[in-house]
Design a protein around this ligand. Structure first.
Ligand code: CTP
Ligand code: MG
Ligand code: K
Length: 180
């Protein structure tokens, strides 16, 4: 039961976990806000770029399609019934994750946090909320069948742990300037 719930949570969130990590590597170039400010601070900041957002979204969507290919092997190996990802679901999970991260930067700039400053809580859950809400809007039936309450709880507990581990890893590898 717990294994099924956790496996479903991690599997279903994989297309949402990848985009922000790909953006770290692929990001750069023109910032989405074009340098615009609001109340003296940047709208979003130089950390949210068109390229990072686009490449991250495409990567997460492709990952979802790739997971469909290995679905039967993984589900068989774990002995768990895992969901397939329709294209629009893969896109919603990936793009939603980027939207959540962008929304968080908007909030950070409004509260005076500089680009790259840690914002505990928001940093770990912004993309989760973005991915879940976007998927619920784009594919409500798929969302309801996959993200049952126990699965959502598992996502909210497991994601911050995974997020901290991957960001510290990216920092140690020199891919990220800060370990958060
Ligand atoms: N990135 C990007 N486009 C995005 C998200 C991230 O190009 N939509 C890249 C940027 O190079 C960014 C890096 O990934 O600096 C790390 O992402 P993140 O930690 O989300 O951004 P921060 O630089 O910390 O900026 P902020 O304070 O706004 O979160
Ligand atoms: Mg950051
Ligand atoms: K972030």
């Amino acid at each position: 039961m717990v294994v099924t719930t956790l496996a479903t949570a991690l599997w279903a969130m994989l297309p949402a976990y990848l985009p922000n990590n790909v953006a770290v590597v692929a990001g750069g170039g023109r910032p989405i806000d074009g340098g615009r400010t609001m109340g003296g601070n940047r709208l979003l900041g130089d950390g949210k770029t068109w390229r990072g957002t686009a490449v991250g979204t495409v990567a997460g969507t492709l990952l979802a399609l790739g997971l469909n290919v290995v679905h039967d092997s993984i589900a068989g190996l774990l002995g768990v019934a895992l969901p397939f990802f329709p294209l629009r679901v893969g896109f919603a999970l990936a793009f939603g994750a980027m939207l959540g991260d962008i929304g968080a930067s908007f909030v950070k700039r409004r509260t005076g946090s500089e680009r790259g400053a840690a914002f505990p809580g928001l940093d770990q859950l912004d993309f989760v909320v973005g991915a879940l809400v976007t998927t619920a809007v784009v594919a409500p039936a798929w969302f309801g069948a996959t993200f049952t309450l126990p699965v959502v709880v598992a996502v909210l507990i497991a994601t911050p742990v995974l997020h901290v581990v991957t960001n510290v890893g990216a920092y140690l590898l020199g891919l990220k300037d800060e370990p958060w």
